[in-house]
Design a protein around this ligand. Structure first.
Ligand SMILES: [Zn+2]
Length: 355
């Protein structure tokens, strides 16, 4: 009898210890959310692959182009949401047309309320605030500009998160030969307009981060999701102190896997401990874009391979290489409960979606 109990205990122990981690085989059976992707078409190629790989999609609308373009894009995401309510949700955005008019804030609040009534669950601001748009006096508009105050106050009051891509990766302020990841060097080679190293007349990296932090200090109740690891992608220590300082903030990982791989290569334990400690504040996302001319086959291939690569990094301790950085790094092999939060429940909770 005693032997039986012992055997049962050993089996129970082995079973729980074996099942504390996911494997590559679990990829398609575990429910996941890509909490940062973009869709600029009424097609739904991305949703087909998402269904195969057990992902739900959260599309983040960006204010680039003009107001009309924004209206068009939001209409099309609204339509997708009504077609796929349990698999697709989205963040709206607002434009800066009429910024110099006294009614700008009031009009923007009405626009936001309409977007929320239509199904959007969050509002996004982009790096063109701080890097591009100027007021009538030619002064660059920063995110802590008092004119935004009533808008962000309103978001805080109605409990709608502000999703923010502010500033850029720190690499943006460096010459190409100092950049730590290949995705950054190729992006800034293609988009010199945003390569701040060659535009020293624009605010520094630190000034961008300080403006964001001042805005958050003014709005302690605002729910904040910092895109791209809140532009603190270069240091999990910096990111940890940001999250400690602003308890209503979380971050998504979109398009910053390279910086995570890079830091993992340098200091594995530090990165792994960061993920474990801040497991409630990190949302998985990719920044994959479906546009009008996306080819179905290559789109599906890209989504599947990127999702699979990240899954390998997060759930296994395999030795890996990536075209994003030089050298080898190991997967983090995070426990199931951490994976479930980062891949699913955090996005559900922070955006109040797919409930
Ligand atoms: Zn994005």
């Amino acid at each position: 009898m005693k032997t039986n109990i012992l055997l049962i205990s050993i089996f129970a122990f082995l079973f729980t210890s074996c099942s504390n981690y996911y494997s590559m085989e679990d990829f398609s059976t575990v429910e996941k959310i890509d909490a940062h992707y973009h869709i600029y078409t009424s097609e739904s190629i991305s949703l087909e692959q998402a269904e195969k790989d057990n992902f739900k999609l959260f599309s983040v609308n960006v204010y680039s182009g003009d107001c009309e373009k924004i209206i068009e894009r939001i209409q099309s995401t609204k339509l997708l949401h009504s077609k796929f309510p349990s698999d697709f949700n989205y963040a709206s955005t607002f434009c800066l047309d009429g910024w110099d008019e006294p009614a700008w804030a009031e009009n923007t609040i009405s626009w936001i309320d309409q977007c929320i009534a239509d199904g959007a669950v969050a509002v996004k601001v982009w790096k063109n605030i701080g890097m591009e748009y100027r007021d009538k006096n030619g002064v660059l508009i920063m995110i802590d500009d008092p004119q935004f105050d009533p808008v962000f106050k309103h978001l805080a009051e109605i409990g709608v998160p502000l999703v923010a891509h502010l500033g850029e990766p720190k690499n943006c302020w460096l010459p190409f030969n100092k950049m730590t990841t290949k995705n950054d060097s190729s992006y800034f080679a293609e988009h010199p307009k945003y390569h701040m190293f060659i535009h020293p007349e624009y605010p520094s990296y630190e000034e961008q981060m300080e403006a964001r932090d001042r805005m958050l200090e003014k709005n302690p109740e605002l729910i904040f999701v910092g895109c791209h690891l809140a532009s603190l992608e270069w240091s999990v220590d910096e990111l940890a102190s940001f999250l400690d300082r602003f308890p209503n903030a979380s971050v998504d990982m979109a398009a910053r896997m390279g910086q995570l791989f890079y830091q993992t290569r340098e200091d594995y334990d530090k990165v792994r401990n960061f993920f474990v400690k801040y497991q409630d504040r990190i949302l998985y996302g990719t920044d994959i874009i479906e546009s009008e001319n996306s080819n179905k086959e290559s789109m599906h291939k890209r989504m599947h391979s990127e999702w699979l690569r990240d899954w390998e990094y997060m759930v296994t301790n395999n030795k890996m290489t990536s075209n994003l950085i030089n050298g080898e790094f190991r997967g983090l092999k995070l426990p199931k409960e951490v994976i479930d939060k980062i891949y699913f429940t955090n996005a559900k909770k922070w955006y109040k979606i797919f409930e």
